[in-house]
Design a protein around this ligand. Structure first.
Ligand SMILES: [Zn+2]
Length: 183
């Protein structure tokens, strides 16, 4: 029996403060509200470190799904879903299709929305709060021309048999559970 989705928590939140100086005037007298707002007390520069939209796609092949083993930090060596950040002025559906082409070398249509879940993605010392948006699609041929700079290997696996400790991000566990409940 799967763990209820509500009980999955982001257990690795740590202090988020990517700025030590005001990027506008250089003052160290900056304030961070511990959520998203930076404010310089000297020049009133204000920056919102808002949530970034990220897309992950669960690709079903027969009775299994495709996971990727990450070849880069963060979470190098762990299993993840293919996907990535939405670019400025891009829909999340287009981001999902673009990422499948870039990462896996395949065209995907009929993306079906499964749900979303917050995540923290730390890249080069900067923690990004993301909203991970999960889609689902079926494919009838396995990708062979995947991006080997980002992906160590593709893993074809029953979504209910993925060991939790092998999964890169908490939100990915949620995505796989949303999928398992929808099919
Ligand atoms: Zn300033």
């Amino acid at each position: 029996m799967a763990e209820p989705i509500e009980r999955i928590t982001l257990g690795y939140i740590k202090e988020m403060k990517p700025f030590n100086y005001c990027p506008f005037c250089g003052s160290m007298d900056i304030f961070f509200d511990d959520i998203k707002k930076f404010h310089c007390k000297k020049c009133a520069f204000t920056f919102y470190h808002n949530v970034a939209a990220a897309v992950a796609v669960i690709l079903q092949y027969e009775d299994k799904v495709i996971l990727i083993r990450r070849s880069e930090e963060p979470c190098k060596g762990k299993l993840d879903l293919p996907g990535g950040f939405a670019d400025p002025k891009e829909t999340v559906e287009d981001a999902g299709k673009r990422e499948m082409e870039e990462e896996l070398g395949i065209g995907v249509n009929n993306l079906r929305y499964l749900g979303s879940y917050p995540n923290i993605y730390e890249y080069k010392g900067v923690p990004y709060n993301t909203c991970d948006i999960f889609f689902y699609s079926e494919i009838d041929t396995l990708p062979t021309n995947f991006d080997k700079t980002e992906i160590e290997e593709l893993v074809l696996i029953n979504p209910l048999e993925v060991p939790d400790e092998e999964i890169a991000f908490e939100s990915t566990k949620v995505g796989l559970r949303l999928f398992a409940r929808s099919v």
